[in-house]
Write a protein that binds this ligand. Sequence first.
Ligand code: ZN
Ligand code: ZN
Length: 307
Amino acid sequence: MMSASILQPGQIEQPAGEIPFVRLPERKTLFRQRASRLRGLADGHRIADFLNFMAQLADAQQDAIDTFPKVFLPDASMLDLCHEHGMPPLPARTWARNPAWRDVLKRMLAVLETEATPQVRDAVERLDAMAPAELETIADNILAQRQETLDLALAPLVAAALQVYWTHMATTLGAEAFGRGGIANLCPVCASSPVASVVRIGGSEQGLRYLHCSLCSTEWHMVRVKCSNCEASQRLAYFGIEGARDAVKAEACDDCGSYLKIVYMEKDPLVEPVADDIATLALDVMMNDSGKPRSGPNLMLFTAGWV
Ligand SMILES: [Zn+2]
Ligand SMILES: [Zn+2]
């Protein structure tokens, strides 16, 4: 059973101007908080084992970003050029990746292997045995969202290392390096699609809606009651699973025919877009049954085979 409610355009819009457009993730706590949220959601959950494994992966990501090596970053003149043309400075699909990301992946795999199930151990061993070029091809396919080409057991592990790499670059450059991107529904840092949007609480961000990048976890502002995919506002509806928490809804648009989840901190201050998205797979199943595809990926959810 689904329930729907319709909000009117302009109902909750904020005055423009004083709104922080880009919110970079807090690198000291991002992945640790995600891990902790995943463990909290796992309690009594139908897919508790999977959520607990995802928590382990997020912990490995935090350890990896805490010790990430120095890598090449765009300089001031490159950043200026990007600003001028509304281009994201760290574009996921075309960025020349530093090989350091593969060392970080290897270190994460070594940590995961110590407590792994036979399935995870198999995935870790296969990745460990791969040549650099094979890992780069998987990375290319993940970043270009060519989901049909991906091995579902391997992709989330590789994606986890790529998330660490991009989050490291974004937070090292700092928020002032990024302006508005040319395309409202893509991340102004890396041009990836959002995993979900979040309605925030507290201070100048009270009630504001931000899209949360599926790759670098940067958040960028978009007014509420507007489709995060096509920006239409006339034919939106919000769906939840009856009897479940209302902190997570699917925002569905009849103009472009897609949906993306929206999480509400005012309903639960601990919501975390990636974690809460994974824990509400049942909502995706219902939305897919209604014939609407998701407009953005969760890079941890190439793992359908493990659930
Ligand atoms: Zn991004
Ligand atoms: Zn739309």
